[in-house]
Design a protein around this ligand. Structure first.
Ligand code: NHR
Ligand code: GAR
Length: 199
């Protein structure tokens, strides 16, 4: 059984989708949910699901990202994860942290990468007049939102969309895509999977 640690910053809906998927014959189990924000709503959800949790408040470390990451690393290493999943995790990670989990750290990003890496992706897609939007699961490398693509799901941009309405449509697909990619990844399959709203 592969041990999966999940890093979150917020509500944790992707974390819940991943954790729910990892039951029965699934090759993985969620062994830790960790957050940089002690108030992240996902921590309580994880605890309710019986998953160990950890919180390391990045604000206590000021601008010292390496010190924050050293503190975050402790509970992660303690559970000996095979794979680390970023799921709405909002702190850029330094190369030192990323390299510890090279080839076994995934992220879900709410755009069709390589378009719109970084923040505020939905507003940027709307401002550019895109007809389609979506989400991408990729391997995490030291370069932000840049690693090999493991899967993408597309949605249409609809007339009258706002960043919030588009984000909600994309999030439904995130909850399908990330569990599908993680299962394949744990089975050793890194060929990308492509989903759309209808298939
Ligand atoms: N770290 C590395 N090295 N590589 C990636 O691909 C990463 C990563 C850390 C997080 C998630 C990412 C996303 O999917 C992610 C991918 C945060 C920011 C950011 O600018 C950007 C991208 C992502 C996550 N964070 C600000 C910071 O100063 C804080 C923003 C905030 O708190 O709201 O770290 O989009
Ligand atoms: C998701 O849409 C995720 O793709 C995005 O934040 C949301 C988290 O929701 N991630 C980023 O923007 C990373 N920078 P969740 O906490 O409910 O999973």
């Amino acid at each position: 059984m592969k041990r999966v640690a999940i890093l979150i910053s917020g509500g944790g809906s992707n974390m819940v989708a991943l954790a729910r998927s990892m039951t029965g014959a699934h090759p993985g189990r969620a062994v830790l949910v960790a957050s940089n924000d002690p108030k992240a709503g996902g921590l309580a959800k994880a605890a309710e699901m019986g998953i160990a949790t950890a919180a390391v408040d990045h604000r206590a470390f000021g601008k010292d990202r390496a010190a924050f990451e050293a503190a975050l690393l402790e509970p992660i290493l303690a559970v000996e994860p095979d794979v680390v999943c970023l799921a709405g995790f909002m702190r850029v990670l330094t190369p030192g942290f990323v390299e510890r989990f090279a080839g076994r750290m995934l992220n879900i990003h709410p755009s069709l990468l390589p378009k719109y890496p970084g923040l505020h992706t939905h507003q940027r897609a709307l401002d550019a007049g895109e007809a389609q939007a979506g989400c991408t699961v990729h391997e995490v490398t030291p370069v932000l939102d840049d690693g090999p693509v493991l899967g993408q799901a597309r949605v249409p941009v609809l007339a009258g969309d706002t960043a919030d309405s588009l984000a909600a449509r994309v999030l439904v697909q995130e909850h399908r895509l990330y569990p599908a990619v993680l299962r394949r990844f744990l089975e050793g399959d890194r060929t990308p999977v492509f989903l759309s709203e209808t298939a």
